[in-house]
Design a protein around this ligand. Structure first.
Ligand code: BES
Ligand code: ZN
Ligand code: ZN
Length: 502
């Protein structure tokens, strides 16, 4: 599916999509249509009780004007209620998602989309249409590589999308930048969707190395390197698996030499069986997405390098597989982490925090970053609290919380700030070691997990984002089909922007 920009309203063939505002149906601006066409459109509007509300659409076949096969009219909601582009780019992207969903089943090759000025768009500014194009592209992604039969059932027939703008050259230029971010999201979705017999820690290493061609510096720490550094918390999680564990360090140095980097750290458990504290078999397949934190870090680095962001960012991924076996760690084991703190393992299924303990410590110790943000599918409890609508946000720094919340509301990758505190911290004190890897009670599982991580960031301004509920959704959302969302790339890309020098 190729997206391009055009200043011509109607291509001669194919599908035409037009947008209309609520309560503005009579002023539908299409003088090109002849009288007969206008009448059939008005009739379809009446018959379908179409009001132009956001999310509404109607579809008219075999329109008489020129050779348009399908005419699709989408509702844009009330013009005056449109937020500004700076405030809510997400709303502009969602129009594209909605358009794609409306046209995806059509057996048509060419689609022209003419959406009138969106919100308070000025005459020569095509950025709203560019954002719409990115939303459309985001929504079109699907993971279909393993279908060998009935390919047609899953195929999208659309080949060319033409988007009407004032200045196609300028729009294309703007789109090229936004498209790099989309490619980052796609990379995240691809690795998160990839099946666990293929997507091993070694495969993630290979994926990371591919980013070198974009100028990302990629360093790999293997088990021997990590043993030397004392990363026994991370190594303990992987020790039951036939797959080797890795720490992947990616650096994008687009900023000034003396600028301390931003650091982003991801949990990369390529499959989480729970280990000896094995999970129930129902839905265990879902634990292939337990590397979605690392997946988001990878996609973010792809996006930043692709758009040549003028900022220094390190992306670190702790890659392991959590398996039960004769060499697996036991409940009751005590390991010494790179920080020197000893950890009593009381549940081998609370493994993400063990991986992050060493990944976070290493990152702050080596890079002295301005901020560290970690992304992790850390707890089932966050799904109990927030469902699939918000990721949980935990932090030791108010500025970081506010900045991340701002980026979240712009991008639609929502976060909800949850508390940390001394009482929760006490809950993870161990009787035999410095800390234990689960809380003692049954409540606040996401908070005690975050509290555990906090002990490994050494007072660096840090935020932890628990994406167990948002990385994967069985239901479709405005910008993705059921499955991997790519959560974290848009959010952190937006956050990073505020540190860029131009
Ligand atoms: N990977 C899981 C958390 C998870 C659950 C992610 C559902 C995505 C969907 C994590 O490693 C885990 O198993 N956490 C345990 C912690 C418990 C043992 C303290 C959990 O949430 O049950
Ligand atoms: Zn687990
Ligand atoms: Zn896990």
């Amino acid at each position: 599916m190729h997206i391009q920009f055009t200043s011509i309203d109607i291509q001669n063939t194919g599908t035409l999509v037009i947008g209309v505002y609520e309560n503005a149906l009579s002023t539908m601006p299409f003088p090109q249509f002849d009288e007969k066409t206008h009448q059939s459109i008005q009739k379809a509007i009446q018959l379908n009780n179409f009001k132009g509300k956001k999310g509404e659409s109607i579809h008219i076949n075999g329109i008489v004007h020129q050779q348009i096969e399908h005419l699709v009219i989408v509702g844009l909601g009330e013009l005056l209620k449109w937020p500004s582009l700076q405030e809510k780019p997400i709303d502009y992207r969602e129009v594209g998602g909605h358009v794609f969903q409306t046209i995806k089943k059509l057996k048509t090759e060419n689609v022209t989309i003419c959406i009138p000025k969106l919100g308070a768009q000025t005459q020569d500014d095509d950025f709203p249409q560019v954002l719409m194009a990115t939303g459309l592209k985001l929504k079109s992604w699907q993971f279909d590589k393993y279908f060998t039969k009935n390919k047609d059932k899953h195929a999208i027939h659309i080949k060319n999308i033409y988007i009407c703008v004032e200045n196609p050259t300028q729009a294309q230029k703007l789109f090229n930048v936004e498209n790099e971010i989309v490619e980052g999201v796609f990379l995240t979705r691809t690795v998160v969707s990839e099946v666990p017999n293929v997507l091993t820690p070694a495969e993630m290493v290979r994926q990371a190395k591919e980013l070198s061609s974009l100028g990302v510096k990629v360093e790999i720490l293997d088990e021997q390197d990590m043993r030397k550094l004392g990363m026994n918390a991370l190594l303990g999680v992987g020790q039951g698996s036939m797959q080797d564990s890795y720490l992947v360090v990616m650096s994008w140095n687009g900023g000034a030499k003396d600028q301390a980097p931003l650091a982003v750290v991801g949990k990369g458990v390529t499959f989480d069986t729970g280990g000896i504290s094995i999970k129930p078999s129902a839905n265990m397949d879902e634990m292939k997405f337990d590397m979605a934190g690392a997946g988001a870090v990878l996609g973010l680095m792809r996006a930043l390098a692709g758009r040549k962001a003028s900022v220094n960012v390190v992306g670190v991924m702790g890659m392991v597989e959590n398996m039960p076996s004769g060499s697996a760690q036991r409940p009751g084991d005590v390991v010494k982490s790179m920080s020197g703190q000893t950890i009593e393992i009381l549940n081998t299924d609370a493994e993400g925090r063990l991986v992050l303990a060493d990944a976070l410590w290493y990152t702050q110790d080596r890079f002295k970053p301005q901020y560290i943000v970690d992304l992790a599918t850390l707890t089932g409890a966050i799904i109990v609290s927030l469902g699939h609508e918000h990721a949980g946000l935990f932090s030791n720094n108010d500025t970081l919380v506010n900045d991340l919340k701002k980026a979240a509301s712009k991008t639609g990758e929502s976060v909800w700030h949850l508390p940390l505190g001394a009482a929760y911290d006490k809950d993870i004190d161990s009787t035999v070691a410095d800390v234990k890897n689960i809380g003692s009670g049954r409540g606040a599982g996401s908070i005690t997990a975050a509290q555990f991580l906090k002990r490994f960031v050494n007072d660096v301004p840090w935020a932890h984002i628990d994406i167990a509920g948002t990385a994967w959704d069985k239901k479709a959302k405005p910008l993705f089909q059921p499955g991997a969302s790519g959560f974290g790339v848009l959010l952190l890309n937006e956050w990073v922007k505020s540190f860029e020098t131009n």
